[in-house]
Design a protein around this ligand. Structure first.
Ligand code: 0A1
Ligand code: ZN
Length: 889
């Protein structure tokens, strides 16, 4: 909880640390009602700072919060309270020499740590989460990423309760103590910042495997879980080995320790954490097997395991100088994991999913009160900046560098970056400099992507001169103002494009002033506010395919008509843009329906959408995952995001109307493909591979349409799928469509059977909560309130909060935005409660309320009133304070 007035920290105030910590020796004595931490810090003055501060030794200011100081000594001399200054957040000492040793002992209370930051207990085990500033809740330290130290850690605990004792690096000694206790000492040979420290003690089982690195070293791989989950680790282990191999092949990066460990914990604020050699994971991102985890969950496990593993180089060996540089490691690592997933599964489908997510969620963040650059220049609470902008937009920035340089030169740049900065804490500028040095390109203007917030708009217009056979595209870019940034300079926008002729063939491209034509696909760099490119030798007016693969995170507009979009859906050589054309067509059709609804007219669906989707559905040669993606209408959240003022009820009514019309017009082909795929599912056992994901995704979206027909044969098929399938993907879809159907009796039966069968599996129960929280049937809030009383629900567990509250406020838009304001009041009450014990989760759950500017005047008033009520509710954490106050500013 906040004890001082929240303070804004600025990048411009960055100063290197006055002191460095060469060695850190930690001892933890774990007990049920407290833990004792002893830290020995071998320190010296930072030579870099001597010129700035002169010969006199500056005070040593150690970070520390919620610590009970038991003793402190300097070079073995115990200090009296008069020798130091102790506040809620710092311990200040006066060193007497350039080199010295600080010893401190503190008492902490992991057993009552509900914020899940620092050392805490999850179920019966001890674990840590130190990023970003959690280490200061463990011991007095220079808790900042540019202080890198070699750690040794000894931990001791009761042998029976905590047979497994883990920390970073290699186990160098262990033994038994009197009184049923035992201990272990771990040594990490690589220096690291405190945020990468980790400790685990528990009654855990492990799955073990091995990986031989490219230079022939043998690495032991272990995944530690609670005994009942030992049968759910194989997929994560397979993913880990694939990731290790991929990083060697694609980036030339080899693992560096003799052991790599993953531990699954049930209570975790985020997805997972890349602690050196000892990754700690939210169990939802490790555990997966057919019966309990969906295809999406399997893919998430693969992606998160890879993400954390890749951090060993992009984050750990080369880390961040300060937290403003967070995207240095996160943007890069998300880009790396996305490319890995693209290589393991379908590249186009992965891109479609990522872009849909980015445009719906990151674009909304970038247009809201918390908008910030990829490299923010100020923050109140760093935990609030683990954002979609830093992660996902940061990854898009890396992707654009990759596009501009080409794969080979990008690899040269990353090699140079890792070689130049190994063992250092560096900045985004250092990364870009390595890319410039490897390529010879000047990226000065490109760096605006790091410093300007907001999503650029790129309006494109065309003109064709039949006599001269020239075709021109004019690009106009602009970027709306964001908090603290009124005027924006033009970005470098790489636009990948092609031009199609009347038969859908790609034309060779030659720009004016160029000697010869290149192939049919190229990347133009748009760098000016307005810029025209003229292609020559264009014999007929072409149709442009723009921003292929979503080559830049911008809002592109081009005046396509619906027939042109249908043409692109069929003929574009770029798979992503075929999908994108379908989305744009759907958006146009849905916006027309929204208008009809608002004017009180009868809704009428443009039959061209039916025709376009029929063609897709009947094309057996298309990748089935692509068919499924093309059949998915833009989500209500996306339709909200692209609206000037979002009319929640009109959006929901229009989309549901379109779904019903499509279901009825396309019943035959949907039913045919559903039955064929369900039959194949019956004949095969579950396999977590792209081809199988594709088959099930088409089967499941078909079922969700078919159920809208309310025909008895579909209900029977749904119940058959629910009962007879061998995997959670089919079962959960069947359950979800029942929950959203009018078949009350079948729905209740399935929900009860599901809960009975899976009551002991918390991750499966999370899915059971989510499916109900997201149901758009009326009475959503009452259902959610009732589910909060269910024995499997627990507000202290972040996964439960996300599954029930997060799904309701984030996905169930018609119910959450009920015009009476009940959804807002409910969420504000939850945030006020969460603020009292887990500020990070409280602050994240707030996001839907921060979007108040998107809604009509009456909802705006209701939403703002709830934000104000939170602000006035008492002592707020810095996390919640920052988001609420900025939202109201
Ligand atoms: N570095 C982790 C994410 C992470 C960040 C903060 C946490 O606690 C507040 C936990 C995890 C990653 O990118 O995976
Ligand atoms: Zn990360």
């Amino acid at each position: 909880m906040r004890t001082e007035q929240p303070k804004t920290i600025y990048l411009k105030d960055y100063q290197a640390p006055e002191y460095l910590i060469d060695e850190t020796h930690l001892t933890f004595e774990l007990f049920e009602d407290h833990t004792l931490v002893h830290a020995q810090l071998v320190m010296r003055r930072n030579p870099e700072r001597v010129a700035a501060t002169g010969v006199a030794l500056p005070p040593l200011v150690l970070d520390g919060q919620q610590l009970e100081l038991l003793s402190v000594s300097l070079d073995d001399v115990a200090l009296a309270p008069a020798d130091y200054v102790l506040t809620d957040s710092h311990l200040t000492l006066q060193p007497k020499a350039e080199r010295f040793v600080v010893d401190s002992s503190v008492r902490i209370h992991p057993e009552s740590n509900t914020a899940l930051e620092g050392l805490y207990k999850s179920g019966g085990m001890f674990c840590t989460q130190c990023e970003a500033e959690g280490f200061r809740k463990i011991t007095y330290y220079l808790d900042r990423p540019d202080v890198m130290s070699k750690f040794t850690t000894t931990l001791s605990g009761e042998q029976l309760k905590y047979p497994v004792l883990l920390s970073n690096g290699n186990l160098i000694a262990s033994g038994a103590e009197e009184g049923g206790r035992h201990w272990a000492t771990w040594e990490d040979p690589f220096k690291k910042p405190a945020y990468l420290f980790a400790l685990v003690a528990g009654d855990l089982w492990c799955v073990e495997d091995a990986f031989t690195t490219m230079s022939g070293r043998e690495v032991t791989l272990r995944i530690y879980v609670e005994p009942e989950n030992i049968d759910k680790c194989q997929h994560a282990m397979d993913s880990l080995k694939k990731a290790m191999k991929w990083d060697e092949e694609v980036y030339g990066r080899e693992y560096d320790l003799d052991i790599f460990m993953i531990v699954a914990v049930n209570d975790f604020n985020m997805g997972a954490m890349e602690n050196k050699g000892l990754n700690i994971f939210n169990s939802s991102c490790v555990l997966a097997r057919a019966e309990t985890a969906t295809d999406a969950a399997h893919q998430r496990v693969e992606g998160v395991v890879a993400h954390e593993y890749f951090h060993n180089w992009s984050g750990n060996r080369v880390t961040c100088r300060d937290w403003f540089q967070l995207s240095l490691k996160e943007g890069f690592t998300v880009f790396r994991d996305a490319e890995f997933s693209a290589d393991m599964n379908s590249r186009t489908v992965k891109r479609i999913e990522d872009v849909a997510f980015l445009r719906t969620n990151q674009f909304a963040e970038d247009a809201g009160p918390m908008a910030h650059p990829v490299r923010p220049d100020s923050f109140i609470e760093i935990s609030n900046f683990y954002t979609l902008t830093v992660y996902e937009k940061g990854a898009e920035v890396l992707r654009m560098i990759h596009t501009l340089l080409g794969a080979e030169t990008f690899r040269k740049g990353s090699d140079l970056y890792f070689e130049r900065h190994d063992g250092q804490a560096v900045t985004c500028d250092d990364f870009v400099k390595a890319m410039e040095d490897a390529s010879g390109l000047d990226l000065t203007q490109f760096k605006r992507w790091y410093i300007q917030a907001g999503t650029p708009r790129l309006a494109v217009s065309e003109s064709y001169d039949a006599a001269a056979k020239t075709y021109s595209l004019t690009f106009r870019q602009s970027c709306p103002p964001t908090p603290g940034q009124k005027d924006k300079q033009p970005f470098v926008i790489p636009v990948e494009l092609g031009l199609l002729d009347g038969q859908g063939r790609e034309l060779p491209l030659r720009l004016q002033d160029e000697e010869a034509a290149t192939g049919g696909n190229r990347v133009l760099s748009v760098t000016e506010a307005e810029q025209t490119f003229t292609f020559v030798d264009i014999a007929e007016k072409p149709l442009p395919s723009l921003l292929r693969g979503f080559s830049a995170p911008v809002r592109l507009s081009f005046p396509y008509d619906r027939d042109q979009l249908m043409f692109l859906m069929q003929h574009d050589t770029d798979g992503f843009n075929r999908w994108e054309a379908g989305q744009q067509l759907s958006v146009q059709v849905l916006q027309e329906l929204i208008g009809q609804y608002q004017r009180g007219e009868a809704l009428a669906l443009d039959q061209r959408l039916v025709a376009a989707l029929r063609t897709v559905l009947e094309n057996e040669a298309l990748d089935q995952a692509m068919v499924a993606e093309m059949l998915s209408l833009p989500s209500e959240a996306y339709l909200t995001e692209i609206s000037e003022v979002a009319d929640v009820d009109a959006i929901h009514a229009a989309r549901e109307f379109a779904r019903r019309q499509l279901a009825s017009a396309l019943f035959e082909p949907l039913w045919k493909r559903y039955q064929a795929n369900r039959e194949q599912s019956r004949q095969t056992t579950y396999v977590a591979e792209a081809g199988h994901f594709a088959r099930r995704s088409l089967q499941n979206i078909a079922l969700s349409y078919l159920m809208l027909s309310e025909r008895p044969e579909v209900l029977a098929a749904c119940l058959e799928q629910y009962d007879a399938c061998d995997n959670m993907t089919e079962r959960l879809t069947a359950l979800a469509v029942l929950v959203n159907s009018p078949f009350a009796e079948e729905r209740a039966k399935a929900l009860a059977a599901f809960a009975e069968h899976f009551k002991d599996n918390p991750l499966v129960m999370d899915q059971w909560f989510s499916v109900q929280a997201a149901s758009t049937q009326p009475g959503g809030l009452e259902r959610v309130r009732a589910l909060m009383e269910h024995p499997a629900f627990n507000l202290k567990n972040p996964n439960k909060v996300r599954a029930l509250i997060g799904a309701f406020a984030g996905q169930n838009l018609v119910n959450f935005h009920n015009a009476d304001g009940s959804g807002y009041r409910f969420l504000a009450d939850i945030v006020i409660t969460l603020n009292g014990f887990n500020p990070q989760i409280a602050s994240r759950q707030l996001a839907p309320l921060t979007r108040w500017r998107k809604y009509d005047a009456s909802r705006q008033t209701l939403m703002k009133a709830e934000l104000e009520r939170i602000l006035a509710s008492g002592e707020l954490s810095s996390d919640v304070y920052e988001v609420v106050s900025k939202s109201l500013a």
